[in-house]
Every structure is written in C-alpha cells, then in structure tokens.
Design a protein around this ligand. Structure first.
Ligand code: NAP
Length: 299
C-alpha cells in the first residue's frame, strides 16, 4: 500500500484554531535541526507524515516501521532512547532517503508554553507538514493505595493524559491543514476493567480515552480522533522493574482466548487502519486477543 498525499477539499467550515503567532508555519531553513539524521531541510517526497511519540522501541517502533513500509514519512520522537531511535531512523533512511527524522524531548515540555511551541516548530520543520499524530509514549508502573505520591500522579498523568491533550492542541493547526488525524494508544484497563494496584495509570488512561471521544466531537469534520486499546501486546523488558515471572506469563496467556501474547505489529496494523479509515472517528479498537472478554480485572 502506498500513501499518497490526501487531496481532500478544505473544509467549508473555518478552522476553530487559526495558527497563532507561536504557531506560524516556520521556515525550515531558519530552524535548528539539532537531532535529525536528515542532512537536507525538506525532501522532494510528498508522502504523508506521521509523528509517533516514544517510538524508538517496542510498540512505537513497530508503528513507525509499518507506517514507513506503507509509504509514510515518519518522525521518531524519543526521550532517553537516543541510540535505538538513531539506529531506527538510519535503517529507514537507508531504505528511502529523507523519509525518517528524529526529535528528542521529555514530554514535560507541555508544561512550558515556549518549549511546547519550539517542539511544535521542530516537528513541522522536519517535513513541512503533519498528517497523523500518534500518542504512544507512556509510563507504566504500579501505584498501590497507601503509597501513591504526587510525583507518581504527575508522571503518570503527564505521559498518559496531559501531554497527549496539549500536544494535540499545539499541532492542531497543521493537522487541520492536512485534514489529518490523531491516534491514541490506550489500554483495555482504561475502561471498566481496572488493573489492580495501578489506579493512577488506570485513571490517566481513562482520561486519555475521554480525550479521544471529546476531541473526536470537537474537531470533526476537520480532524479524526481514534484510539487503540491493547491488551498484553509486549511484555516489559527483562531488565525493567516490571519483569513478569514465567508462571504469571503463563497465566496471562491462558487468560487470552487467542492463547498468545500480542505482538507490537498487531497494534501497528490497527494504527495504520485508523490512519486511513476516512469515515471512522471517536472509535476505540481493542486489540487484545479477546482478553477483555474474559477479564474480571485481575492478572
Ligand atoms: N505493552 C503493552 O502490552 C501495552 C498494553 C496496554 C497498553 N499499552 C500502551 O501502548 C503504548 C506503547 O506501549 P509500550 O509498552 O511499547 O510503551 P513503553 O515502552 O512503556 O513506553 C514507550 C516510550 O515512552 C517514552 N516516554 C516515557 N516517558 C516519557 C516522557 N516523559 N517524555 C517522553 N517520552 C517518554 C519512552 O521513550 P524513551 O525510551 O526514549 O525514553 C518509551 O520508550 C503505551 O501508550 C502503552 O500504555 C501497551
């Protein structure tokens, strides 16, 4: 499948969000390309552009790879994983020159309007446009009641709810320009089936889920907004503080009707579908091997 730039008519409705002074389209020649592997400001390519937050590794990287294989130009955002992000961009640029760019940021930039405006300019400067914004970056760890700190609240809500909303707002003029779309990575535990001991994460993802539905209404007909709710699609990395013991892994697999842990590419396929599903908005697709059908809340 090859992605051509969309030639949709501009909406007859005046966009609610006119570019403001901070959102003026930047001249790419004047902007710093501090963390990009591209050596030229703009590609002659006119393919659609997808930004995936937190995409150096795991599910985010799978989304980037699938989108790139489908013809998108991709912007790989990362926070700490510089090496992995650079290696991914290099591989993709070898396949198709000037098709992958890198951008580094802690998503706490959303707490500072100037830093957020700079980030927005840098994103647009990569290829001069943005068609699809994928909110993938996340923090995930337990916060048992009795032990919850304000710092945990801040961090889990920042990555899983606040940053997606404020990034969407900041990049909106550019998404409207392309009649583009926003896709959020949620969780089957964001709704009805809370993950025990993860109340703050569950609450933050629930807020993010509400963002998808709220913005889908508010931004129609210019920008579509959808979500993907994974079940267990990749286990925590072996060296992380979230390692899952083999017997628990077996219990998880047994709880999944399709009898396997999902793969990052299962999520990527769904993201690609939503990116091009022109008549779908405000929808959340569960990709969990059927797990949520059997889940009482635990395991
Ligand atoms: N894994 C699953 O099975 C599963 C299940 C349900 C839902 N999900 C959702 O699917 C998405 C992807 O899952 P995943 O397991 O692949 O994600 P992940 O590895 O836990 O996190 C993705 C990336 O988020 C970035 N990130 C974290 N805090 C950040 C911050 N303050 N600023 C900027 N970036 C930050 C990290 O980037 P750096 O590495 O560059 O620091 C990290 O690599 C998440 O939204 C997750 O909640 C996943």
């Amino acid at each position: 499948m090859s992605i051509k730039p969309k030639e949709k008519p501009k909406s007859a409705i005046k966009p609610m969000y006119e570019p403001t002074t901070t959102h003026q389209k930047p001249n790419p020649e004047n902007l710093p390309f501090s963390d990009t592997l591209r050596s030229e400001p703009l590609s002659a390519d006119t393919a659609a552009v997808m930004l995936v937050t937190g995409s150096a590794k795991r599910i985010g990287a799978a989304i980037v790879c699938s989108a790139h294989a489908a013809g998108y130009r991709v912007i790989i955002h990362y926070h700490h994983s510089k090496q992995a992000a650079a290696a991914l961009a290099e591989t993709l640029n070898r396949q198709r020159p000037y098709s992958a760019a890198l951008i580094q940021a802690d998503l706490d930039i959303v707490n500072d309007p100037c830093a957020l405006a700079r980030f927005t300019e840098q994103v647009i400067a990569q290829f001069g446009r943005l068609d699809v914004l994928v909110h993938n970056a996340s923090r995930f760890y337990p916060s048992p009641i009795g032990d919850i700190s304000a710092a945990q609240w801040q961090e889990l809500f920042l990555t899983n709810a606040k940053a997606p909303l404020l990034l969407s707002q900041s990049l909106l003029p550019y998404l409207i320009e392309q009649q583009g779309n926003i896709i959020s990575l949620l969780d089957i535990h964001a709704h009805d089936r809370p993950f025990p001991n993860y109340s703050v994460y569950n609450m933050a993802k629930a807020a993010h889920r509400s963002m998808v539905q709220s913005l889908a209404l508010e931004l129609a007909p210019d920008v579509r907004v959808n979500g993907v709710a994974p079940g267990v699609n990749i286990l925590p990395e072996p060296d992380s503080d979230q390692t899952i013991a083999p017997q628990i892994q077996d219990a998880i697999i047994n709880s999944i009707p399709l009898q396997r842990i999902g793969r990052p590419k299962d999520i990527a396929q769904c993201v690609l579908y939503l990116a091009t599903a022109d008549y779908v908005t405000g929808h959340i697709i569960t990709v969990d091997g059927g797990r949520s059908l059997t889940l009482a809340g635990n395991c």
